[in-house]
Structure formats: structure tokens, C-alpha cells
Design a protein around this ligand. Structure first.
Ligand SMILES: Nc1nc2c(ncn2[C@@H]2O[C@H](COP(=O)(O)OP(=O)(O)OP(=O)(O)O)[C@@H](O)[C@H]2O)c(=O)[nH]1
Length: 413
């Protein structure tokens, strides 16, 4: 059974990790209880915003998720986040929280690297001016690579001896080494396929080992860059530099502190703010429903509109989490009791249960993930009561709303 996806938040001290995490985990509407089975202090529930299936069928007013919430067809689906704190240069040799950080990381399926693009904090997170954040992207990648490489090189002699003695396949040999990082055979295969002219493992020199580890990292730790603090005047030139140097890495511009500020005022009834958008109303726009603000805060909001919202379309925070689920290829799948009305088990409300699963996963696998392996599924249906085979893949808008008919337990069991 696939486990729930986990997204790690990484970045140097003072880059804005906690602020970003707070804005991703702050649930502004009343929400269901915690859906995940394991809770540890570094984990928090974030909410990724998706277009809910209820809006496909004009049933927005009847939508009531068991977990998260849905407003006018914009649904906030829970996803587990991992706060990977304490990374400083030299972590792989034990600086800062050192290996503790790296150990936490192995559980993550994707990373959000929060980068301070204002250039006002150095590699250690201390105040400065004109720091080049390109360094942060490089050294974070290097730390992870050196950690994996270090572990591999320590045992390289015996790895090669065993590999040749047992005439093993290179994928099997690497899976035995990388299994501890949560690797899978398919991941390793893809990582190796990307490397042209790769010699047999027994002929790998240091350079080839580095290339293999880098390629493996692309598979194991797909990364979104959250280019944070875009509200700062020095951010623009740093953002352009990063985009030029890393054209193929998903980057999202954001201002976590702005998001926190707007959500707070929204909760207190001073503004109307729709998360993930550029729309903010104040008492000037709606004096009857919004509380009055003093001139200082009004002018700060004006600044936020000009510097962040109108320039970039939003604070970017909602989009950061969306980008992380996109690189993992996750799509929402809905389990309903009644395939005609989309109602849940209690016969009320629609689309109560929504799960994020990898696009292309077979319906059978999704079924077992949701229903468990003990039950016997007699039939699976999708929209219109159409039967779906267990092999059919789930895709956005296709086989993504499912109803399961359970076979009655036989008397012998
Ligand atoms: N201008 C600006 N400042 C920000 C933004 N996000 C965070 N900050 C500020 O950056 C500082 C550090 O933010 P934190 O969220 O504590 O950073 P962190 O990465 O969690 O730091 P550590 O806990 O030391 O690892 C705080 O003063 C924040 O207010 C932003 O979008 N814009």
C-alpha cells in the first residue's frame, strides 16, 4: 500500500522556513481532525489548494470534506509536511544538527527549498547585505550529495567486490545501497538511464560516482525553489540570476511574511483576502462589512498590493505547495459511496473523501490504498455508474471519482 506523500521544507537559517510552514499549515476555516496516522513533532499538516470535483457537477454548496475544507469549488486537501530544520554548510560532516537533518530528509518524497532572495542573510543565516543566494542553492544540493556520496564511498571497495562476485545487476546493487533513502528500483533505473556512456560499476571512478548520486537525487528529492522575500527591493536581480542558472528547476516567487500578515487581518475581519489570489478588500472597498484600519496599515496594504500582489499575481505561498504536488505528479481522487449523487457513507453531502495519489496509478492500487487489503472488491465504478477495471490508470478528470462495491464476507471466514 503506498504511504501518504511527505514534503520536506529545507533551507538555511532565517530563510523563512518557519514563516512559510506557518502560512501553509494555518487553516483559516474550521477543518476536520488530523487524517494521518503518524504524528511527530517535525510534521505538520499543510493544505494544498485544488479545483474540487464538486465544481465539475455544480455541487459546490453540498461539498463537505471530511478533512480540509472546500469553498466555492476551491478545496484544501491535507498533505503532510516535514520541517527539516538545522541545515548549515558542513552538515554532512556533522556541523549544526548535522546528520540529524540528513536523517530526517530521507523520509521526504519532494523538497521545498526556501531561498532568501533578498540577499540580506548569509550562508549561516546572519544579517548581511548583497549576499548571493545562488550559493544557497548550490551548497544545499552539495550537502545532500556529499552525505550520500560519503556513505557510498565508505563501503565502495566491498560494494564492488560483492557486485562482481555475485554478478549482480547494477540496479540491484544500488538499490541495496540507496534503500535506506527510500529509493525504489524504478527510481534507480531512471537515474542510470539519464547517464550517457555509463561504464560498468566496477569501473566507476569518483567522477562517475558523483554523477550517479546527482542523478539519483533528481529522482529521490525533486525540488521546488520557494524564492522567498520577494517584497524586498534587492530580490528582483537575484530572482533573475537564479532563473537563468536553473531554467529547468521549478521556482515559485513568494513572500511568506506577506501571506501571514494578510491572513491575520482577514481572520480579524479587517480585510477580505482570498488565499492564492491578488484580491484584497479593505474598509475603503467595503465599509459596511470590514472593520476600519489605521493609515499605517492601510498604506502597508497599498505597498503589498504594488510590490507583491499586482506584480506577481499573489503572495506565491499557495502556489509553492501546488508546485511541490505537481512535481510529484499527485492528483486528487475521490471515493464516494453513491456514484450517482457522489454522497458519502452517511448519505449526506458530496465528495467527503479525497486522496492525493500519483497520476497513472492503477485503480486497483488506489482501491487497496483507500479500502485496505482485507476487503474483497466486487466491482469498481466511476461517473455514470461505468465499471472500471483494476488496471485502468487514474488521470485528472478520468477514473478519479470511484465507488467500490465490497463482496460480502463468506460464511467460512
Ligand atoms: N521581508 C521578508 N521577510 C521575511 C519573509 N519571510 C520571512 N521573513 C523574515 O525572515 C526572518 C526569518 O524567518 P523564519 O521563518 O524564522 O526563518 P527560518 O528559516 O525558519 O529560520 P530558522 O528557524 O533560524 O531556521 C524573520 O524575521 C521573518 O519575519 C518574507 O517573505 N519577506
Amino acid at each position: 500500500m503506498p504511504r501518504d506523500p511527505l514534503i520536506g521544507i529545507v533551507g538555511k537559517p532565517s530563510s523563512g522556513k518557519s514563516t512559510t510552514l506557518n502560512s501553509l499549515t494555518d487553516a483559516s476555516a474550521s477543518i476536520g481532525s488530523f487524517p494521518f496516522t503518524t504524528i511527530d513533532p517535525n510534521r505538520a499538516t499543510g493544505y494544498v489548494q485544488i479545483d474540487c470535483a464538486c465544481s465539475r457537477f455544480g455541487k459546490e454548496s453540498l461539498c463537505k470534506p471530511n478533512y480540509g475544507w472546500c469553498t466555492n469549488g476551491k478545496r484544501h486537501v491535507p498533505i503532510m509536511l516535514l520541517d527539516v530544520a538545522g541545515l548549515v554548510p558542513g552538515a554532512h560532516i556533522g556541523r549544526g544538527l548535522g546528520n540529524k537533518f540528513l536523517d530526517d530528509l530521507r523520509h521526504a518524497d519532494a523538497l521545498i527549498h526556501v531561498v532568501d532572495v533578498s540577499g540580506t542573510t548569509n550562508a549561516e543565516g546572519k544579517n548581511t547585505r548583497g549576499y548571493d543566494p545562488l550559493n544557497d542553492i548550490e551548497w544545499l544540493q552539495d550537502e545532500i550529495r556529499l552525505w550520500i556520496e560519503g556513505n557510498l564511498k565508505k563501503r565502495w571497495g566491498s560494494i564492488v567486490r560483492k557486485h562482481t562476485a555475485t554478478k549482480s545487476n547494477v540496479v540491484d546493487t544500488l538499490q541495496a545501497q540507496f534503500g535506506g533513502y527510500g529509493s525504489q528500483f524504478s527510481m534507480i533505473q531512471r537515474a542510470l538511464d539519464r547517464l550517457e556512456g555509463l561504464p560498468p560499476l566496477e569501473h566507476w571512478n569518483d567522477d562517475w560516482i558523483t554523477r550517479v548520486v546527482k542523478s539519483f537525487m533528481v529522482e529521490k528529492f525533486p525540488t521546488v525553489l520557494a524564492l522567498n522575500k520577494i517584497d524586498h527591493p534587492d530580490a528582483d536581480k537575484n530572482v533573475s540570476k537564479i532563473m537563468l542558472k536553473y531554467p529547468n528547476t521549478k521556482s515559485v516567487l513568494c513572500s511568506a511574511v506577506t501571506e501571514i500578515f494578510l491572513r491575520k487581518l482577514n481572520k480579524q475581519g479587517f480585510i477580505r483576502y482570498e488565499e492564492g489570489t491578488e484580491f484584497v478588500d479593505t474598509c475603503e472597498d467595503d465599509p459596511e462589512n470590514l472593520k476600519p484600519l489605521d493609515d499605517k496599515i492601510l498604506s502597508r496594504i497599498e505597498g503589498i498590493r504594488d510590490l507583491v500582489l499586482y506584480r506577481f499575481g499573489s503572495t506565491g505561498v499557495v502556489q509553492v505547495l501546488q508546485a511541490a504536488t505537481d512535481i510529484l505528479n499527485l492528483i486528487p481522487v475521490y471515493a464516494v459511496r453513491n456514484i450517482q449523487t457522489f454522497q458519502g457513507g452517511n448519505g449526506q453531502n458530496v465528495f467527503r473523501d479525497c486522496f492525493l495519489v500519483k497520476r497513472g496509478t492503477s485503480v486497483g492500487k488506489v482501491t487497496r490504498h483507500i479500502m485496505g487489503t482485507e476487503v474483497t472488491i466486487a466491482a469498481i465504478e466511476t461517473v455514470g455508474g461505468v465499471r472500471v477495471s483494476e488496471d485502468a490508470p487514474v488521470e485528472p478528470g478520468k477514473n478519479d471519482i470511484l465507488s467500490f462495491k465490497i463482496a460480502p464476507k463468506s460464511k467460512d471466514t
